[in-house]
Write a protein that binds this ligand. Structure first.
Ligand code: FAD
Length: 413
């Protein structure tokens, strides 16, 4: 194989962006991709539609990264959501912004985004070689010298590690980069799932799998104290809870579970009505439809699948006439509607996480260039870094911004 200036390990969102920008600076770039084609994960993002960024302003955007905001700032400011949208429009991907500022390709086809990025990368002069799992990064005198890939040993003056996280391993992200980074002296912040479904004790009560509940408010309660709340859609799954509001709360929930704290999610199914207004509505319904069975009356307030759960948990008889509902039963019903509580017993496995939290410690990486502060010529980009955000297109933007920063800096060095 020819000699290269830069080897990019991993041809995902971050790696292809890094390679394309580096190659356009006039250096020889090789991308080594473990799978049979690059950017598999990008091709399944956003439920196959690829939510590639968000229209949020800079401050709001950075807020989504919590403690990682300061690190992301320089690379995001030099390649922000507007620049990314211009970039994709420039390579033939027309975009649309939807609810919550989420940006998608207008044709809603994530695999086309992967193919366009690959084509752009190769058109810039980068060579992408698939079916090439890297097994080791070698150094001499504190500087990167080569990588091992099967029987081959390939030299380069810079190596960009863009191997992603450790979730959805069938896409190629199996956490390989963490091992080499640790072997080279980097601190790996413990890897754990983020944006993940939560398993609950109450799951066996609900015979639902994938039931969407819209316009609800979910509160995360840790050791009896409210820690966060989210408004929007959630899903009741056979194992517990998922959907956008739960994914957003899940990072905090996983950390609390790891710290062995008691974690609950309390769902207000009628957040637009105060308890008093909801009670007034219930009384009105009962006075006009008192002869109807309670179960049938509740169908006006709840998805059909939840009526039985509600009656079981609130101790009500769905078959009895609504007019017979006693005051204390009505109070229990109101409590349930405003506070449908789930005790979290665990989380889904890392394999199923949208994002891997943790990774290469940001304290050991230059946020302008993405270069390691421990090993010269070693760069990081994308999810391998300890950088994670909510759903909404933020994570892909971070992969693209850090990828571009690494590619440009490695080419100049
Ligand atoms: C189901 C799902 C949906 C998602 N939807 C969205 C969304 O809509 N919007 C959003 O912002 N984020 C989304 N994400 C998150 C987003 O996909 C990731 O944050 C992003 O792909 C990270 O990019 P990356 O390049 O760092 O890693 P990856 O995309 O994981 O790419 C890493 C690459 O490195 C390769 N590799 C790994 N090890 C080796 C090795 N030893 N040798 C050679 N190559 C190797 C892998 O095969 C892979 O191609 C989603 C994630 C999942 C799982």
């Amino acid at each position: 194989m020819d000699a290269y200036d830069i080897i990019v390990i991993g041809g995902g969102a971050a790696g292809l962006m890094a390679a394309g920008f580096a190659a356009r600076s006039g250096v020889r770039v090789l991308v080594l991709e473990k799978m049979d084609y690059p950017a598999r994960k990008l091709g399944i993002t956003g439920k196959g539609r690829c939510n590639l960024t968000n229209t949020a302003g800079h401050a709001e955007f950075l807020k989504r990264f919590g403690n990682g905001a300061g690190f992301l700032r320089p690379s995001l400011e030099s390649f922000d959501n507007r620049s990314l949208m211009d970039f994709f429009s420039g390579i033939g991907i027309e975009l649309v912004a939807e609810r919550g500022g989420r940006v998608f390709p207008a044709d809603a086809r994530a695999p086309r985004v992967s193919r366009a990025l690959r084509a752009w990368c190769e058109a810039g002069g980068a060579r992408i070689v698939c079916d090439s799992p890297v097994t080791e990064i070698c150094t001499e005198n504190g500087r990167v010298t080569r990588v091992r890939c099967g029987q081959r040993s390939l030299s380069a003056r810079a190596v960009i590690v863009a191997t992603g996280g450790a979730s959805y391993p069938l896409t190629g992200s199996t956490g390989d980069g963490y091992l080499w980074s640790a072997a080279l002296g980097h601190t790996i912040v413990p890897v754990r799932p983020a944006l993940i479904g939560l398993e609950t004790r109450e799951s066996r009560l609900c015979a639902c799998d994938g039931l969407s509940v819209r316009n609800c408010r979910a509160r995360l309660v840790v050791n009896g104290r409210e820690r966060a709340e989210e408004f929007g859609e959630l899903q009741l799954m056979r194992y517990g809870l998922s959907g956008p509001v739960i994914l957003t709360l899940s990072g905090m929930a996983v950390d609390a579970l790891l710290a062995r704290k008691k974690v609950q999610v309390s769902i207000d199914l009628k957040p637009s009505l105060s308890r008093e207004k909801l009670e007034a509505r219930l009384k009105r319904d009962i006075s006009s439809r008192g002869a109807e069975r309670l179960g049938s009356l509740l169908r006006g307030l709840l998805p059909r699948e939840l009526v039985g759960v509600c009656c079981t948990q609130a101790g009500l008889k769905p078959g009895s006439p609504s007019a017979g509902l006693k005051e204390r039963e009505r109070a229990r019903l109101l409590d349930w509607l405003k506070n449908f509580t789930h005790t979290v017993s665990g989380h889904r496995p890392l394999d199923e996480a949208i994002i891997t939290a943790g990774g290469v410690s940001l304290a050991e990486v230059d946020p302008h260039t993405m270069e390691s502060q421990l090993v010269r010529g070693l760069y990081f980009a994308g999810e391998i870094l300890d950088l994670q955000a909510d759903t909404g297109g933020y994570n892909l933007q971070a992969a693209f911004s850090t990828g571009r920063a690494a590619g440009r800096a490695a080419a100049k060095a």
